[in-house]
Design a protein around this ligand. Structure first.
Ligand code: FAD
Length: 530
């Protein structure tokens, strides 16, 4: 097997120590000597190796030779440089929070970097300590954030300054480096762009071990490569994230539809009427701050925890009657500058003319942190039932707006409703292409508006393949129908598939790889260049 090696610190020569490093390593016996100053940062105990060979997907398991626990960006640079200079091929994967679903942060027989170790320099360091908030005349407010930081810590730290990032993911226990390597999308994307559109600058350690600060103006090729670059070009150790004054509270609404074309028409209207940026103080001139959507399905009891208890029976009846109910979810932020009464008036205006089922509008008024961190309570619920650490054969797909009705009819109308394939949690919402920068590595459909469709299914340990086969069937169907979709959080097994995925961007992607990681050291779990 190519790429196998044995890690032996150069200065450790006693049989005892060497035998520790040999435990569980490859049978090839090629030797890589990490430099002396980082030699004590590797761990090979079974517990550590097991953690690094598992992710949220629970589908792929690749055992690394060792796990590196850096306490500084310099140590990461030292590791990558020595791998780059080594005659032995060495693969290195940065692991953020391991919330990939297909082994993207794994490195079979290679090195996994436990990025969260950057947070553990000593007992004084705690979550959020590598987050600092500043202001400059040209950028306004921003946060310098370690690549290993969780977005929940970014939120909590910036809120203490009355500030917050503007673009989020639904779930906040993901790392900054991890989401910036993909895109980072949610209901705010239509307005503020994905998280990768809200980064001023980054410190990156390239595949040559060079420590480079990059932005749209300085080392811009690396900057654009890394954003949405699937970890292929460098390891992000710091990102400068744009901040704006944080809203205090959120009007969080769900309105229900029984007709998809009306539902999607309304979603598209909402994302087109609020396609500009604003600060909290001027929110009233704008539409909603967040637009998403999901399905309520007649496949076992639907999750109705959002809705008032007395309303749950009539919602259940609607779901039973129609099989699928479409839930349009929106949020309107407000703060000190907007009194609740004013917001309610704005909501009235914004909802005017929408074609939801009369009487099926539900509003919550919550603190901003409760809205942004809303998935945490779902996580707790699933964990308590033992339903969190199980296989997740997820499908995330971007569908061009012009084909969404046909997609809906084939997948939701036929496969889910008629054939009753279990769909799990299904999200569906449109977003605007003009908020993405085409120079970035992230790949999206060509049309001005495209839909995010996420089928977030979980399965038992023995039947994820069944779900995976259904995912493949959906993709085949899209190909047959000529839908020019793009996968998000994609995983492919062959380079030909990756080439198709990147399309016109493939040549640039390859060139950038040759420039920044010519020995193909980084992020082998993505299986693009290995
Ligand atoms: P990991 O899984 O650890 O790593 C992902 C990839 O990035 C790997 O290739 C890794 O090598 C690389 N990487 C990690 N850190 C760095 C770094 N510092 N520098 C360079 N490369 C790095 N995504 C969304 O966009 N929107 C959502 O709403 C959303 N919700 C989610 C909800 C849940 C419950 C889960 C499990 C995932 C969700 N995701 C969402 C997907 C998420 O963005 C990805 O899983 C992403 O990879 C972040 O996870 P992570 O930080 O654990 O990264």
């Amino acid at each position: 097997m190519a790429g196998n090696f044995v890690l032996i610190p150069q200065y450790l020569t006693t049989v005892f120590i060497v035998s520790i490093f040999l435990v569980g390593l490859s049978d090839q016996g090629t030797t890589f000597f990490p430099p002396k100053d980082i030699a004590d940062k590797f761990r090979n105990d079974p517990e550590t190796l097991k953690l690094a060979s598992t992710d949220y997907g629970h589908i792929v398991h690749e055992i690394p030779s060792t796990v590196f626990h850096p306490t500084s960006a310099n140590e990461i640079a030292t590791l990558v440089k020595s791998a780059f200079n080594s005659s032995v091929p060495i693969k290195i994967a940065a692991r953020g929070h391991g919330h990939s679903v297909r082994g993207q942060a794994m490195s079979r027989n290679g090195v996994v970097i436990n990025m969260t170790a950057l947070n553990d320099l000593d007992h004084l360091r705690k979550a959020g300590s590598r987050i600092s908030v500043s202001r400059s005349p040209s950028l306004g407010f921003y946060a310098d954030v370690g690549g290993e930081q969780l977005w929940i810590d970014v939120l909590q730290t910036t809120l203490t300054h009355g500030l917050a990032p503007v673009s989020w993911t639904d779930y906040l226990y993901l790392t900054v480096g991890g989401t910036l390597s993909n895109a980072g999308i949610s209901g705010q994307t239509f307005r503020f762009g994905p998280q990768i559109s809200n980064v001023h600058e980054m410190d990156v350690i390239t595949g040559k071990g060079d420590f480079v600060t990059c932005s749209a103006k300085v080392n811009s090729e690396l900057y654009y490569a890394v954003l949405g670059g699937l970890g292929q070009f460098g390891i992000i150790t710091r990102a400068r994230i744009a901040l704006e004054p944080a809203p205090k509270r959120v009007k969080w609404l769900r309105i229900l539809y029984t007709n998809f074309s009306q539902f999607s028409k309304d979603q598209e209207r909402l994302i087109s009427s609020n396609n500009g940026r604003s600060t909290t103080s001027s929110h009233k001139n704008y539409g909603f701050d967040y637009v998403e959507g999901s399905l309520l399905l007649n496949q076992g009891p639907p999750d109705l925890s959002f809705y008032p208890k007395p309303d749950q029976p009539r919602i259940s009846s609607l779901v039973t009657k129609y099989g699928i109910v479409f839930c349009l979810e929106v949020a309107k932020y407000y703060g000190d500058h907007t009194a609740p009464i004013t917001v309610d008036k704005e909501l009235e205006v914004l909802l005017k003319g929408l074609g939801f089922v009369p009487g099926f509008k539900f509003v919550k008024d919550v603190a901003v942190v409760d809205f942004l961190n809303r998935v945490a309570s779902e996580e707790q619920g699933l964990r308590s039932k033992g339903l969190w650490d199980i296989p997740h054969p997820w499908l995330n797909i971007f569908i061009p707006k012009s084909r969404i009705l046909e997609f809906e009819s084939a997948v939701f109308g036929h496969m889910i409703l008629k054939e009753n394939i279990p769909a799990g949690l299904v999200l569906i919402y449109p977003t605007n292409r003009n908020k993405w920068n085409d120079k970035m590595s992230a790949v999206i459909p060509e049309e001005d508006v495209f839909y995010v469709v996420s089928m977030l299914r979980s399965s038992g340990n023995n039947n994820w393949e069944e779900f995976d086969a259904q995912n493949k069937l959906i993709l085949k169907l899209c190909v047959r129908m000529g839908i020019k979709f793009k996968l998000y959080l994609s995983h492919y097994e062959t380079q030909e598939d990756w080439r198709n995925h990147f399309g016109l961007k493939w040549a640039t992607f390859q060139d950038r790889k040759a420039q920044f990681d010519p020995k193909h050291i980084l992020a082998p779990g993505q299986k693009i260049f290995n």
